[in-house]
Design a protein around this ligand. Structure first.
Ligand code: SAM
Ligand code: DTB
Ligand code: SF4
Length: 345
């Protein structure tokens, strides 16, 4: 058996493909060991999403409810006002989220009043004491610098799928365009959040290409969302075969081994996953989730069911760590059964 250390040094796509093909429980065991070396396995980072501008997007991403190219059930909504975004951010914080992520159905950021409004959103959300994240499409260096100056902590920009499959899914931009935006984000000193989607009809080779591409970014992304396709009526991928849960566990475990210090987020697709499958993902190194009833345009598990899952597994949101550590004479956070999206005590 190849020792993990050899795989992590300079992985090739073939190494990653071999990693994904390992016996499942052996892969999970290796990943769990790596996870424990670099992270507190009881802590889960909790991000809450808000779609600040919905639908009518110029890109033709074959999975997306918000592309103007497809007739989907999503209703177009213009860019929200700052106050309404702040109200949602306050509610997210009250529910235990530690990061607020604002998503816009834009192909790219355009300078002007709308971008200025997004900068105001970032400043104001940051001032609430939340970490800030936005996902706005392609970005130029100067725009990334403005976001940084406004207080942006993370920029989400996914690579989505492997190089050999990319052209099957998106025709209006290239994988190199995505990589150029990640360079701009990195150059501005903003944390990189970049991952992909499983279940787009990709081969194991393409899946390995995606994980490899993420792992060879230097430095590696601080945050790596692993999404399972949410099938959307009206999109070209509406009738894609559902993903087997073991494929999600494998991708999470491989991401953990390949990117030991990154935070790996079990992202879209949790509503379709049994609790036990999610538990295996947490064991295999997932240490972040999206919380709240909705992702951008589709449902997410209810905060109460996530609270129940956290309690069963003995998991805690990172948000609870500081009060628990600092408040003298206070019982540890787990005594309250604290959970993202459903704060107790
Ligand atoms: N327009 C921006 C962009 O594409 O970067 C930001 C919003 S876009 C909705 C953010 C990410 O959500 C996409 O890159 C994709 O990885 C993910 N996503 C979108 N639709 C999805 C779906 N139906 N299932 C799973 N993930 C999805
Ligand atoms: C990410 O990787 N997943 C989130 C976030 N980054 C922006 C989006 C998931 C979208 C799922 C489909 C929807 O709700 O429209
Ligand atoms: Fe959807 Fe983003 Fe693609 Fe636009 S760029 S279609 S919002 S995934």
């Amino acid at each position: 058996m190849t020792p993990v250390a050899q795989v992590t040094k300079a992985p090739t796509v073939a190494d990653v493909e071999a990693l994904l093909a390992r016996p499942l429980l052996e892969l999970v065991f290796e990943a769990a060991k790596v996870h424990r070396e670099h992270h507190d396995p009881s802590r889960v980072q909790c991000s809450q999403l808000l779609s600040i501008k919905t639908g009518g997007c110029a890109e033709d991403c074959g999975y997306c409810s918000q592309s103007a190219h497809f007739d989907t059930p999503v209703k177009r909504e213009p860019l929200m006002q700052v106050e309404a975004v702040l109200a949602a951010a306050r509610a997210a914080k009250a529910n235990g989220a530690d990061r607020f992520c604002m998503g816009a159905a834009w192909r790219e950021v355009k300078d002007g009043p709308e971008f200025e409004r997004v900068l105001a959103m970032v400043r104001e959300v940051k001032s609430l004491g939340l970490e800030t994240c936005v996902t706005l499409g392609m970005l130029k260096d100067e725009q990334a610098a403005k976001l940084r100056d406004a207080g942006l902590d993370y920029y989400n920009h996914n690579l989505d799928t492997g190089k050999s499959h990319y052209g099957e899914i998106v025709h209006t931009r290239t994988l190199d365009d995505r990589l150029a935006t990640l360079d701009a984000v990195r150059a501005a000193g903003i944390h990189v959040c970049s991952g992909g989607i499983l279940g787009l009809g990709e081969t194991q080779h393409a899946r390995a290409e995606l994980l490899h591409q993420l792992a060879v970014l230097d430095p590696q992304p601080e945050s790596v969302p692993i999404n399972a396709l949410v099938r959307i009526e009206g999109t070209p991928l509406a009738n894609q075969a559902p993903l087997d849960w073991t494929e999600i566990v494998r991708a999470v475990a491989a991401a953990r081994i390949l990117m030991p210090r990154s935070v790996v987020r079990l992202s879209a697709g949790r509503t379709e996953m049994h609790e036990a499958a999610q538990a295996l993902c947490f064991l295999a190194g997932a240490n972040s989730i999206f919380v709240g009833d909705e992702l951008l345009t589709t449902p997410n598990p209810a905060p109460s069911s996530d609270a129940a899952l956290f309690a069963k597994l003995g998991l805690l949101p990172v948000e609870n760590r500081r009060p628990a550590a600092h408040a003298e004479g206070t019982a540890p956070a787990h005594a309250h059964g604290g959970s993202c999206g459903h704060r107790h005590g």
